[in-house]
Design a protein around this ligand. Structure first.
Ligand code: SAH
Length: 482
């Protein structure tokens, strides 16, 4: 087996390569870098061993020698080892030292390039590192070396004379030394400078100045690593480009609390609107084992949530034709859509995604019918009770259980808005932060049942969606933050 040195990209989990993500999902062991972010590890398969080699300034987690030894040791086990590194593994990431260690130990390895922050952070901030007529070359340079010391390998005076664009990594602690050295070397003190902190991440921030002013400006703004400093005439072009600022949710951070398996559509649409999305799955759905079901003996099969159709299909033997002649009723358009994906067109769909709505539709014509309700273990009794009272014979099958998952760190609480797509996401968030006052968060609720749970549990409601589906939820986010 091979050890894969994978570039995670600059931070936004959408900016890893297709091959990189595939390897992360298949990894038996994932060795993480601090800059690899906290979202990509969520993609690891269950049972994957996560090793945090990350070094936060001040609290050294593992030395480079220890990391090398760790990769070599795991590389000998025959498992699939992924070393996930921020940006590109070979751009100031010491990936080449890890490669050397593996090579010396006779362990096969492969490098999967990544989008380096040196390119991505300027682009995400609207700084084109090359621009016709302004910059014909780019130098990526470490600011970690002390330009004051005679043994420095970086010839700042030569860089000053060469002009073009300079992209400085790891330089925020040494801004004064670097800018002084460049000015002393002949670069104009008026040269525009932009600093991009946490580029492509939800908390990205841009600070601008000139070679003469930036050190002071950065100090006042408390600029911190990780940050990329961009120096050159192209910095001024940002005003004309500023692509990101024009999107309706630009600069806004939205948390998505729904289970990972269902979060994609919502995440994608919010991202397309310019929002930075914190994926904070508070619940996960765990399929429950059980006996095969003969669905053909029922008059009506009720499907309660978008999670249900694939699990139901499994339980009825994988052949949707069994449902021929059976009325299939879905709670809400999202559930109907999930049914379509298994090749079943629902006969009855309640407009609103709440049990009450479907009960209303069915209760007058359900007397004497045999009904199967396919649902979650912990669902409410409203529907079975209501249908029984209306004269139906009701069986229930629990196809899955929802379990709480704890989001990492401040996660959703740091967002400008938090989306809730069900009452269970509300309960799960409250369970994840038992000691926190959540009345201040801007919760965006998909509908009345979710809102009721929010009120009951003291979760702040920014707005409840008019339409109780994803479109409605997105409109509500836009109304609150747009
Ligand atoms: N291999 C990485 C760089 C590792 S060196 C890459 O290709 O991106 C670490 C430095 O990278 C940080 O000090 C900072 O200068 C820069 N960096 C990494 N991620 C960043 C981000 N999201 N925004 C701004 N700078 C970042």
């Amino acid at each position: 087996m091979t050890v894969f040195l994978v570039g995670a990209g600059p931070g936004d989990p959408g900016l890893i390569t297709v091959r990189g993500l595939d390897l992360v999902r298949r990894a038996d062991v994932l060795v993480l870098d601090r800059l690899a972010g906290d979202q990509l590890p969520l993609e690891a398969k269950p049972g994957c061993v996560l090793i945090n080699a990350g070094k936060a300034p001040g609290d050294v987690a593992m030395t480079q020698d220890q990391i090398n030894a760790c990769l070599v040791a795991h590389g000998q086990t025959g498992q699939l080892i992924v070393r996930l590194k921020g940006g590109d593994p070979f751009v100031f990431g010491r990936g080449s030292e890890e490669a050397e260690a593996l090579h010396e130990s006779g362990i096969d390895y492969e490098v999967v390039p990544g989008i380096s922050s040196s390119l991505a952070a300027p682009a995400a901030a609207g700084f084109p590192i090359t621009h016709r007529g302004l910059s014909t070359h780019v130098t990526i340079v470490t600011g970690h070396e002390n330009p004051d010391k005679p043994e420095t390998q970086t010839d700042w005076a030569a860089l000053a004379k060469a002009g073009g664009t300079l992209v400085v990594l790891m330089g925020v602690g040494r801004l004064t030394l670097i800018t002084d050295a460049l000015i002393a070397g002949g670069r104009s003190a008026e040269t525009p400078v932009g600093i991009v902190e946490r580029g492509t991440l939800p908390t990205q921030r841009v600070t601008t100045g000139t070679l003469a002013t930036i050190a002071e400006v950065a100090e006042a703004a408390k600029v911190r690593a990780p940050a990329v400093t961009v120096i050159g005439e192209i910095v001024a072009v940002r005003e004309a480009i500023g692509w990101a600022e024009r999107l309706p949710l630009a600069g806004r951070v939205v948390a998505v609390t729904r289970a990972r398996a269902q979060a994609d559509g919502l995440t994608r649409r919010l991202t397309d609107l310019g929002a930075k999305v914190i994926s904070a799955p508070t619940i996960s759905t765990v399929p429950l084992a059980g006996d095969p079901i003969d669905a053909s003996v029922y008059d009506v099969v009720v499907v309660t949530s978008p999670n249900t159709p694939p699990l139901l299909l499994d339980r009825i033997g994988g052949d949707a034709r069994v449902l021929h002649g059976v009325e299939v009723a879905a709670i809400g358009p999202g559930t109907a859509e999930a049914l379509r994906q298994i090749g079943v067109v629902a006969d009855t769909v309640s407009e609103r995604a709440v049990a009450e709505a479907l009960l209303e539709t069915l209760q007058d014509r359900i007397a004497g019918k045999r009904v199967l309700i396919a649902r979650a273990e912990e669902a409410r009794d409203l529907l079975p009770e209501g249908l029984t009272n209306a004269g139906a014979t009701v069986d229930i099958v629990a196809l899955y259980r929802t379990e709480y998952a704890v989001p990492t760190g401040e996660g959703p609480l740091a967002a400008d808005a938090v989306t809730f797509t069900s009452a269970s996401t509300v309960r799960a968030l409250v369970a994840a932060y038992p000691d926190r006052d959540l009345t201040g968060i801007k919760g965006i609720s998909i509908g009345p049942v979710t809102s009721a749970a929010m009120r009951e549990l003291g979760v702040g409601i920014g707005l409840e969606a008019d339409e109780h589906d994803l479109d409605g939820l997105i409109s509500a986010v836009l109304e609150v933050l747009g």
